[in-house]
Design a protein. Sequence first.
Length: 458
Amino acid sequence: MTLPNHIVGGAVFTGVFGATISGINLLASPWYIAVTLAAAVLPDVDNTSSPVGRVVGPLSYWLNRHYGHRTLTHSVAALIVLTLIFAFAERAVSGHTSLTWFFFWGYLSHIILDMCTVNGVKLFYPFHKSACVIPGDPRYRFETGNIRHETVFFCVAILCGVFLVPLFKNGFWTSYNRLFGTIKHVSSEFHKSDDMLEVEYWYRTGTEQRHGKGFCLEATHSRILLMDAGKFHHINEAEVEVQRVVPMHTGRHFAFKDTAFVSVSADSLNRLLLGKKLMTVEIHSNVQFEAAGGITPEIGYHFKDDYIDALRVRPIDNDYGENSANGLSSVRFQSSPRIHTLNRRIAMLQYQYEERAGEYREAQRSIRELRRQGEAIGTSDVARYERIRREMQEWEKVKNPDDPAGEIEILRAEIREIQADDTNRFREKSVEWERKQGDKQPEIPVFTGYLRFVVLSD
């Protein structure tokens, strides 16, 4: 192989096999490319007529005279020894070995490509001096210096380099997982990735089409958890129709951090919770408190939940207004959360009735129109008449919905009963508060618990 083919072939070889096996990205830095290309031409230092041989003339002359061409510098022994020397030198200078893989794959590419020529290389020199070739039949190997052979290889290598750029950047398995675009493949990429993945998704829920991007925090074969625009976003194959999910490496990282707190005030806890994306949280208090983080605030002495975008707590003293160092000012009326649920049920019934009634009216209008068309056609066009008749049968399947007025009235009656109970409870607590007000000392609320939150790196 000549110098141009070793340069192009070395870059393609390192880009493909380095990304697939070692997980390196040739295009991430000019230094990676420079080391790869230097290593890809270095074995020809034993040839005095090669460009690298002319640069180090005395060393090249000595190697060629004592060992010949394609012997010592084209052997496995030279590959291992020079790679180790490069690794030790790099660690001594920079403290890491990120360039060593590029040196290894670049050097190996030269040996492999020369094995594809007619003469091959003495791969196991000095232990075994027979030439090693790929393939065994010389008719299918390249002839060094042959213009046609060299040109064909150069053009093919250039085309491979152009079309395999995504593989260079992402590696084989990442490209494979991106190609199939399923949650299972995102999970596979997530669990072998060293950095944070950004997942672009397309899915349908009912008639709604959703598309967006988010950072992947958790992944299983059927579900992924994303941080999308600062909020947790679950995509579950059992709940939505997943069309495509594509993972992309970001080079960023994330971590889960755990924090425990003991006997802290509400203000201190809220400062601790501020701006945190909570994977899980558990809070206990000596007084009742309101935890506002989900769709409906929860009230109690204990609170536990997962995947909360924002959370704030507010202490309540046994339903007697707000507990603070300033004392109690009045009894706080609390409406049962059941009322909100029943009102939503009523609204849903009314919405469903109006929707189905609209469908029924549309069906009746369509039936009248089809009947008019059928009467106009008569028996002159049997096929069209039959088609109209089938359409009418389909529309006749749409039934007039039952009026939910009776069920709604039952729900409203239940709401009135709950409101009456709330009023009676409020009156009883007012009397009890007035009785205890004289000797009651306000209890200072404190909070104890544990939280885990996610931290994204820049």
